[in-house]
Ligand binder design. Structure first.
Ligand code: GLA
Length: 398
C-alpha cells in the first residue's frame, strides 16, 4: 500500500508540474503475474493469474483554453516518455502505421467510443505514471489499456461490463499494438481481486477466485532484466502452430484435445507441432491440477507443477531463455529445505520474469541467494520483489 501511495503522489505531482492544477479524475490498473497456465488462453484453456502490487495510474482533468488543445483531442503525458502525445477523442479513429506508446491509449478510446454510445468524452489532459516494469512480462501494456478504459468510465460515468472492457482492451492490443494476445492480461487487470488468484476459463470467461491469504506463503517475482519483446514473430508463430494443430486434429481449439488423442494422432503432426501441442494440452491440465493442489493446501504438489510447466515451456514450447532457466534452476537448488516450493517463467516468454511460490519466513535468504548466483552467472543484477494478490482496476477519484 505504501508503494501505491508513493506512486499516487508522484503521479499527482507530475500532473501539477505539466498542467499547473490538480487532477479531477484519478484511476489505476495493476500489472499481473501468471502463476500457471501459459499460452493456454488463446487455446480456450485455463489460466491462473493474479493482479500484482505494481500499477499504472492516470491523473486527468478536462482541457481548458490554457491547454491549447485542438478540438476533439486529448493531450497525454507519460512520465516514462519524453514527449506528450495528442490522441483523438471523437470522429473517425484508425490505428497508426507504427506502434508507439500512445497507440495503446488511442486504441482503447476508439473501442470505447465505437462500442458504448453512452461514453462521451470531451477534450482532456492526462498524465500516465507507472511502476509496472516495461517489457518484463508483467503486462504493463494491458495495465495501461485497462487504466485508459477505467479513465473513460470515470469521465463519462458509463458502467461498462468488465468482460466487455477486457475485450475492448484486447482488441486495442490486436489492432493498435499489433500483438495478437489472448484475453488473460486484460481480464485480470480489469477484474483481479485483492487476496485472490483467479482461475479463468478462457472458453466461456467463467472464473473461480482462489483465496491466497496465508501469511506463511509468498509469491516472489524475479525480473531477469532480459527484455521480452512480443511484437516480434515468436508469439504469432506459436499461436499459429496451435491453431494449425487443432485443425489437423479435427478440434475447434486445443482445449478439446486430450493427451490420449494427441498421442494417438501423433503421426498427423510435424515434430514441432506435436511438441507445441503437448505443451498446451499438458499445461491446461497442470493449471486445474495446480488449483486443486493449492485448495487442498498441497503446496509441494503445486510447486512441482510449476517446475513441470517451466520444463514444458523450455523444451516443448521453446519460449524460455538461458537467463530464465538459470533463475528457475537456482530456485530449485534452494529447494523445499530452503523454502522454495516451485518456480517457473511467467508470461509470453523470451525474457521477463519468473514466478516462485515460497515460504515467507525464508524470503530474505532465498532472495539473497538467487540474486548472488544469478549475478555470478549472467553479470546481471536481477530485480526481486514479493507481492500479494492485488485489487484490479478502479477509480481512485472522480
Ligand atoms: C502474453 C499474452 C497473453 C498470454 C501470455 C502467455 O502475456 O498477452 O494473452 O497468451 O502471453 O500465457
Amino acid at each position: 500500500m505504501f508503494e501505491f501511495q508513493k506512486l499516487l503522489q508522484e503521479a499527482k505531482d507530475a500532473f501539477q508540474k505539466n498542467f499547473h492544477r490538480d487532477p479531477k479524475w484519478i484511476v489505476t490498473a495493476p500489472g499481473r503475474v501468471n502463476v500457471i497456465g501459459e499460452h493456454t488462453d488463446y487455446n480456450e484453456g485455463f489460466v491462473f493469474p493474479m493482479a500484482i502490487e505494481r500499477n499504472v495510474i492516470i491523473c486527468a482533468a478536462p482541457a481548458g483554453p490554457e491547454d491549447k488543445i485542438p478540438a476533439g483531442m486529448a493531450k497525454v503525458f507519460s512520465t516514462a516518455k519524453k514527449n506528450p502525445a495528442l490522441v483523438k477523442v471523437s470522429g473517425e479513429i484508425h490505428p497508426g502505421p507504427r506502434v508507439d506508446w500512445f497507440e495503446y491509449v488511442q486504441g482503447v478510446i476508439a473501442g470505447y467510443l465505437a462500442e458504448n454510445p453512452s461514453v462521451e468524452v470531451g477534450p482532456f489532459v492526462a498524465v500516465i505514471h507507472a511502476n509496472v516494469p516495461l517489457g518484463a512480462a508483467l503486462s504493463s501494456s494491458a495495465a495501461l489499456e485497462v487504466a485508459v478504459g477505467t479513465l473513460l468510465e470515470a469521465i463519462s460515468g458509463a458502467n461498462v461490463d468488465p468482460v466487455r472492457k477486457a475485450l475492448i482492451c484486447q482488441h486495442a492490443e490486436h489492432e493498435y499494438a499489433k500483438m495478437p494476445c489472448g484475453i488473460m492480461d486484460q481480464f485480470i487487470s480489469a477484474m483481479g481481486e485483492k487476496d485472490h488468484i483467479m482461475l479463468l476459463d478462457c472458453r466461456d470467461y467463467s472464473t473461480k477466485l482462489v483465496p491466497f491469504t496465508t501469511p506463511d506463503l509468498s509469491i516472489l517475482i524475479i525480473n531477469s532484466r532480459v527484455k521480452h519483446q512480443l511484437s516480434g514473430s515468436e508469439y504469432p508463430e506459436r499461436r499459429a502452430a496451435c491453431f494449425d494443430s487443432a485443425k489437423i486434429l479435427g478440434a475447434k481449439t486445443l482445449r478439446e484435445v486430450t493427451m490420449e488423442q494427441l498421442e494417438a494422432n501423433k503421426d498427423k503432426l510435424t515434430e514441432v507441432q506435436y511438441r507445441r501441442t503437448r505443451h498446451v494440452v499438458g499445461e491446461i491440465k497442470r493449471t486445474t491440477d495446480a488449483v486443486a493442489a493449492i485448495e487442498a493446501g498441497n503446496y509441494e504438489l503445486m510447486g512441482q507443477l510449476m517446475y513441470e510447466s517451466h520444463d514444458s515451456m523450455r523444451d516443448d514450447f521453446e519460449i524460455s531463455c538461458k537467463e530464465l532457466d538459470i533463475l528457475v534452476e537456482e530456485a530449485k537448488k534452494i529447494g523445499l529445505a530452503g523454502g522454495v516450493y516451485g518456480s517457473r517463467m511467467t508470461g509470453g516468454g523470451f525474457g521477463g520474469c519468473t514466478v516462485s511460490l515460497i515460504q515467507t519466513s525464508k524470503m530474505d535468504s532465498i532472495m539473497e541467494t538467487i540474486r548472488k548466483n544469478y549475478k555470478a552467472q549472467t553479470g546481471i543484477d536481477p530485480d526481486l520483489f514479493v507481492t500479494r494478490p492485488a485489487q484490479g482496476a478502479h477509480i481512485v477519484q472522480k
